[in-house]
Design a protein around this ligand. Structure first.
Ligand code: AMP
Length: 208
């Protein structure tokens, strides 16, 4: 499980860990954005919630997670990115499967606000970039699939502030939940991506 504020770098680290362990990343944010892009019933229900920076009701998220976990590529394990986000979700996850390790990526709020202003994502394959800290090889173009990069709706500064508030109130208590289980490993996010990757690698005992 990857824990951390929006923009802490969970998605970027998840991608490194995915390559090293060869298990899929289950990002509830990406699944929700895909539902919105596809115009599904679920997508219509959640669009305004996400744009306001609030959390989608647990039951809707559970449905998405359960469906994704049934796919065969999840049989050897998954990397959760953005789930669980509430104590209730963490408890539900514990009932469904055994969580091995929870990696907590700590980044101060002011750094997050700066980072989010430069974030770009690929609407096609969900890869994430930063215009200064983690730029694509060709400006505005996804390295992986060649699609034009976009700015997430919910990365506007006002929405980011709301998301940080939601994080501190509803998600951060999960740290204590996992600390009490002895599963929490904390890493301070660094200005340079390569430095954070090294610390994550040490914390997990996995070469990244
Ligand atoms: P993310 O891409 O992880 O930053 O998620 C984007 C948005 O999707 C969040 O601000 C929430 O509105 C929603 N979301 C993602 N994961 C969850 C979750 N586990 N529970 C509730 N809402 C979620």
């Amino acid at each position: 499980v990857l824990l951390g504020a929006p923009g802490a770098g969970k998605g970027t680290q998840a991608e490194k860990i995915r390559k090293a362990l060869d298990i899929p990343v289950l990002s509830t944010g990406n699944l929700l954005r895909q539902a919105i892009a596809a115009g599904t019933e679920l997508g219509k229900k959640v669009e305004s919630i996400i744009d306001g920076g609030n959390l989608v009701p647990d039951e809707l998220v559970f449905g998405l997670v359960a469906e994704r976990l049934r796919e065969p590529d999840c049989a050897r394990g998954v990397i959760f990115d953005g789930f669980p986000r509430t104590i209730h979700q963490a408890e539900a996850l514990d009932k469904a499967l055994a969580v091995d390790v929870v990696l907590d990526l700590e980044v101060p709020d002011d750094v997050i606000l700066h980072r989010m202003s430069g974030r770009r994502i690929c609407p096609n394959c969900q890869a994430s970039y930063h215009v200064v800290d983690n730029p694509p090889r060709v400006e505005g173009v996804c390295d992986k699939c060649g699609a034009a990069l976009t700015i997430r709706h919910d990365d506007q500064p006002e929405t980011v502030k709301a998301r940080l508030e939601v994080y501190h109130k509803q998600t951060e208590p999960i740290k204590e939940y996992y600390r009490a289980q002895g599963k929490l490993r904390t890493v301070q996010g660094q200005p340079r991506l390569s430095d954070t990757v090294r610390l994550v690698s040490e914390a997990l005992g996995v070469a990244l």
